[in-house]
Write a protein that binds this ligand. Structure first.
Ligand SMILES: [Zn+2]
Length: 483
């Protein structure tokens, strides 16, 4: 009798160890495959234990309870099984029924009648086998994930792939951080504005989803092309090296791990191909939209899309500010700004409030950035030609400086610039007359964001609207420049 109880007890231990180990293996891999995206290590660790290793922990804890207190343990087993049936009733029964619910009830009875002597060894196996599996997987996977490149540049990215060069949409409607169905993704692409930041009212047909072939050929590992090739008839992607969830194509800190492609599955017209960050291609129903599956719009590279020098742009932090004119005696002192200043911020104009600071300038005088940064946008609409430069401040915040009423713009979107890069010149006499302006002046804006596409300079009707997009340049520069 004792022998039978012992065998039964060890059968229980074996079941616990097998199931907790399978879940440990799955959980540890998934934790690093789809999880581990938060910027907070604690949140990642929380997800590891309460999402990916939850079932492992449940099996281990239940076994330890019933080895200590048989009656309580049996009740807890049955209650846990019942809870799982209720909690996961929406999920497919084949997996969950097999992997969770049935084992609980059976296991409770096995432990109740069994007796795995020596208990000390039963406990050790139950704890350490899944623990060793988790550690063995987590160390190499954790190292891999920690080496992912995140250059912090979520603007339009030009990616030169294996025989294909595409511009990938910036963070925004064309690259959302939420689950999106194929149908919706197609719709958004059609209406996406040229700069990829706004959904327009009419079809633009500038952006689209990448084809599978393009997506496969664009995949990267640590900034280098993965050498991907798509075999359409075999529905298989092959790579020289496995791509990863990294800049510039993926957001390391997003839960999105799949992008839709434009191509319908050759097996089923209701399905389209998705690509995983590791290069895998699968098909999913076009109407499906769940948390990990989204898209990133692409367009063919055009003249104005310059490749961003991405490693520079993210590390580029501007610690020092200047006046925008090389002729100023002290470019780093506020007194030069004061001398140039004509008209300030917030003044009422016909139809809008003044969004910037007007600085006196000579005809055709060269214009320079007020700090190092990256050209974020250029507006070609005479007489309001403007250059918009993004600056990363030392505190992690970003501001944009905008230089309006200029000509001969000599930089491109994406260019890295500093205070010595000439970006444009002031208007000449004729241009000024044509523009309907009286005196040559640089309209300088400090923008908080580009939510309005950077074009709202003369659209703000109230001080409240102005505050939403702009900073008053006078105190801003007073603070940033020397006295
Ligand atoms: Zn102005």
């Amino acid at each position: 009798m004792e022998r039978k109880k012992r065998i039964l007890g060890w059968i229980g231990v074996s079941i616990t160890v097998v199931f907790s180990s399978i879940w440990a293996y799955w959980g540890a891999f998934e934790n690093f495959h789809e999880g581990w995206y938060s910027t907070s290590v604690w949140e990642n660790i929380f997800m590891l234990f309460f999402q990916y290793l939850l079932f492992t922990i449940i099996f281990v804890v239940l076994a330890l309870i019933i080895l200590k207190w048989k009656k309580i343990g049996l009740v807890v087993h049955i209650l846990t099984g019942a809870f799982c049936v209720w909690f996961f009733s929406g999920a497919s029964f084949s997996v969950l029924g097999l992997m969770i619910v049935i084992p609980f009830a059976a296991l409770g009875l096995i432990y109740y009648y069994g007796n795995p002597e020596p208990l000390k060894w039963a406990r050790r196996l139950i704890i350490f086998v899944p623990l060793i599996i988790v550690i063995a997987i987590s160390i190499p996977q954790g190292i891999k994930v920690s080496q992912r490149i995140d250059d912090g540049d979520f603007g339009i990215r030009i990616v030169e792939g294996n025989d294909v060069t595409l511009a990938w949409a910036p963070r925004g409607p064309g690259w959302p951080d939420r689950g999106v169905s194929w149908e919706e993704a197609q719709e958004i692409c059609k209406y996406l504005s040229e700069d990829g930041l706004t959904i327009m009212e009419t079809e633009q047909n500038i952006w689209r989803l990448p084809t599978v072939d393009e997506a496969v050929r664009s995949m990267l590992l640590h900034g280098e092309n993965s050498g991907g090739v798509w075999n359409a008839s075999e529905e298989r992607a092959t790579y020289e090296k496995t791509p990863d969830k990294e800049s510039p194509l993926w957001d390391v800190n997003s839960k999105i791990i799949y992008y839709w492609t434009a191509d319908t599955s050759i097996q089923d017209v209701n399905q389209a191909y998705i690509i995983v960050y590791d290069g895998g291609v699968y098909d999913k129903r076009k109407i499906d939209g769940y948390g990990y599956l989204s898209f990133r719009a692409v367009k063919d590279k055009t003249e104005t899309d310059q490749p961003n020098n991405n490693s520079q742009s993210s590390q580029l932090i501007c610690s020092k500010f200047y006046t925008p004119f090389a002729l100023d005696e002290d470019r780093d002192s506020y007194s030069s700004i004061e001398i140039r200043s004509m008209d300030g911020f917030g003044a009422y104009r016909i139809g809008h409030v003044h969004a910037g600071l007007d600085l006196k300038a000579d005809y055709t005088e060269p214009v320079y950035p007020i700090a190092s940064g990256q050209v974020a946008d250029i507006l070609y609409s005479f007489p309001n030609l403007a250059v918009l430069i993004k600056h990363n401040l030392p505190n992690g915040a970003q501001v944009y400086s905008s230089y309006v009423h200029v000509a001969d713009i000599s930089v491109n979107v994406g260019d890295i610039v500093d205070e010595n890069t000439q970006i444009a010149r002031m208007l000449n006499k004729e241009e000024l007359k044509k523009a309907g302006l009286n005196t040559p002046h640089l309209h300088l804006e400090i923008r908080k964001n580009m939510d309005d596409d950077g074009k709202g300079s003369y659209l703000c009707k109230t001080i409240e609207e102005l505050d939403k997009y702009f900073l008053d340049p006078t105190p801003f520069l007073k603070e940033k420049l020397n006295d």
